[in-house]
Design a protein around this ligand. Sequence first.
Ligand code: NAG
Ligand code: NAG
Ligand code: NAG
Ligand code: NAG
Ligand code: NAG
Ligand code: NAG
Length: 556
Amino acid sequence: MRKRNQKDAVCCSRRRGIVLVAILMALWLLIIAFSVTIIDNQLNDASNYGGLAFLTAQNVDASTPLIQNTAHDAIGNSTLPNYPIDHRNIVSSNQLSPEVVSQCHRALWHTLETTTTVLQNQETFIITGDIKDMWLRDSAAQIHPLLLPNVYEEKSLVQLDPRLERVVSGLILKTAKLIRHDPYANAFSSVIKNRTKFEKIALGRHGYVATRNYELDSGCYFMRMLYYFYQSFPDHTILKKKEVKEAVHIMVDLWIAEQRHELDAFPSGELFDCFECRRSYWYNPNQMPRDGKGTKTNHTAGLTWSGFRPSDETCVYGYLIPANMFTVVVLDYMLQISRNLWKNSILNRKMTKLRNEIQYGIDRYGIIHHDRYGDIYAYEVDGFGNYILMDDANVPSLLSIPYLRYSYNKTVYDNTVQFIYSTDNPSYHKGWNEWTGEIEGIGSSHAHKKWEVIPSDVWPMSIIMKGLVSDNATEKIRLVHQLLQASASTGWMHESFDVNNPFNFSRPWFCWPDSLFAELVMSLTRECPQPSEGQYTIMEWLDSELLPGSVFARDE
Ligand SMILES: *[C@@H]1O[C@H](CO)[C@@H](O)[C@H](O)[C@H]1NC(C)=O
Ligand SMILES: *[C@@H]1O[C@H](CO)[C@@H](O)[C@H](O)[C@H]1NC(C)=O
Ligand SMILES: *[C@@H]1O[C@H](CO)[C@@H](O)[C@H](O)[C@H]1NC(C)=O
Ligand SMILES: *[C@@H]1O[C@H](CO)[C@@H](O)[C@H](O)[C@H]1NC(C)=O
Ligand SMILES: *[C@@H]1O[C@H](CO)[C@@H](O)[C@H](O)[C@H]1NC(C)=O
Ligand SMILES: *[C@@H]1O[C@H](CO)[C@@H](O)[C@H](O)[C@H]1NC(C)=O
């Protein structure tokens, strides 16, 4: 009897348990359905960004100073070093050849001397080099060395020289205006061009838009420029301007909408007054599946969509992991500026929520287990479990994660680097030539266009990046010398070259990697910059006000 009763009791409590679990599950589903409705309503109403974070609810620490790595968030208290590491006190001048130092001076000023126009209206227009349009990414990256802290007499170059400050604040204003003109565009021309019907309709080009290949990293570079300016120049008048604040707000709203690219979401509100802004944008049907919409993405994965990579090639899966990492970093930057200068709590809430959602998406979908390398970061994912394992030379890349200052998991990053420098990565190339000897690096599918086939292409930018993320000064010194040997006797950093023949290269005049090269050398020696060795002139100065320069300005 007793036994039986006991059995009954077990059976009944189990049954009761099952009923309870079923009720709980039903409740849980209801809560989820309810929250999703709230979220969707919130997303449609830009003015109502309540505290309801649907994925994670951590807060961003407003007090974090950010010329410092935020890595302690991800890996306990063991902070990761900031890159590039300042090795200037341990490298002696005889370890660098005079050619490296003199090329650093040429590279540092290349953008100002050959691509920069200081306009009459407070703005600055900066082309890429041999392509005569302004890319948001490239232009901000090209002036980046001017914003680095502590490069000469413990100051940044913009602090030392009013003309350089004028160049950068002009670029900030120009970029803000162009983002308002069309936040989906990645490159702009200085004049309005005539368009074909196809360009207007399928490619969305209008006004000053040179190409409308929506790239997540374009806005990231703009915000990184704002943040470095904020850190390296004491007067924040430019940053407080309405146009600048609004450009950031526009980009943030666009990134939020593009989390729901799949649902054809687009941002709305008075800031979105541009031609074509009021509809979700689809791209060249010849380049992207589903008539230009791109492959399917999970709209609740937290990640934000990008149509194109920093190489300007189309994404295979819409969630580009390194660009999403860069987005997390710059949202933290903008939170600091917003809290200190703009004091816009609606924007802060949007940015905090977006940042946390993206972080969730990276952690959940961006790390893939590889049989040979262990857990590694994926290049692109769709939020359904599909992914591409590869890297590309163009930054943001997986190799550049520490340089971007993203709080990475060290084990996963180290595994990823092992993968990147292996033949399992389709863009990895290794070869030999009589100028450099054995050489390896990362290429890009961008160099495989019909009009410029570079076999076994390696991009100097990838070799520079290997140095920028290295904590080994000897290795960095080796790489800067190798870069010069690989430059086909020009000294300039080209776009790509054949590992077995550096004389077969693309783009002889490409200022972005020149600026990166200068940044790498500047982390090794105080001999660059040095006014006695290298000074600049600005290609075109149309502003009626000619500001006094500094020891770096060459006055004819
Ligand atoms: C970092 O990644 C490794 C490998 O996936 C994992 O074992 C470890 O827990 C991660 N560390 C943190 C702090 O998340
Ligand atoms: C991290 O730092 C905090 C504050 O300094 C300290 O309280 C905590 O114990 C540290 N955690 C670890 C894992 O060292
Ligand atoms: C644009 O096309 C029109 C008509 O063909 C022509 O008159 C005009 O000069 C063109 N403008 C430019 C900037 O090419
Ligand atoms: C989409 O992402 C959400 C959030 O991570 C996840 O719960 C859901 O399972 C994903 N959908 C599919 C079909 O994988
Ligand atoms: C640093 O780099 C040099 C040159 O590439 C290499 O020989 C050396 O083994 C590296 N040191 C460490 C600790 O990795
Ligand atoms: C570069 O390599 C391609 C492919 O092998 C070849 O067609 C082209 O002629 C080469 N160009 C030069 C300048 O060597």
